[in-house]
Design a binder for this molecule. Structure first.
Ligand SMILES: [Fe+2]
Length: 165
């Protein structure tokens, strides 16, 4: 099912998909308060990214002079969406602590964050610069993720990729 054509709307939906992946992890590790809260926080931050993109869309729509290059990130959405839906389609029973981190490392190491910041800046409105500072930046999320991997992951491969993030 193709998503909306507007790149801001489209990637707003993609950020929401990321948040769904993390909410699922939070639910999966419900019996471990630290892990549960860690994933819950990550999910909320992704939800916020989704809202910020929608806010950018509203701004662009209300300024006649502003527009977003419709070709921005073109052809990228589908592949990213497919990957996220594949994660969501997996039986949660098979997802271990390490596996959840592996998935998050894939997501946070993908080009999604670069696309996100390109989109936020794309309106070329002065206010767009403000929007960049709303929400938790991906760099901070990556640091938190790496710290959580160090604390909770046991798989050496997962631990190594967190260091390379
Ligand atoms: Fe995000």
């Amino acid at each position: 099912m193709p998503g909306p054509q507007d790149p801001l709307e489209r990637f707003s939906e993609i950020e929401k998909l990321v948040s769904r992946v993390y909410f699922r992890f939070s639910h999966l590790f419900l019996n471990d308060p630290e892990l549960r809260d860690f994933w819950w926080q990550m999910a909320k931050e992704e939800e916020e990214h989704s809202s910020i993109l929608l806010a950018c869309k509203a701004l662009v729509d209300s300024h006649e002079s502003a527009k977003v290059d419709p070709g921005i990130a073109q052809g990228k959405a589908e592949r990213i969406e497919e990957q996220l839906n594949a994660y969501l389609g997996r039986g949660t029973a098979s997802i271990t602590v390490d596996e959840a981190f592996r998935i998050a490392l894939d997501i946070e190491g993908s080009e999604l964050d670069a696309i996100y910041s390109r989109l936020v800046k794309s309106s070329e409105l002065e206010i767009g610069k403000t929007m960049e500072h709303v929400g938790v930046p991906a760099s901070v999320q990556r640091r938190k993720l790496a710290a959580a991997v160090r604390r909770f992951a046991t798989d050496p491969e997962v631990r190594a990729s967190a260091e390379a993030l």
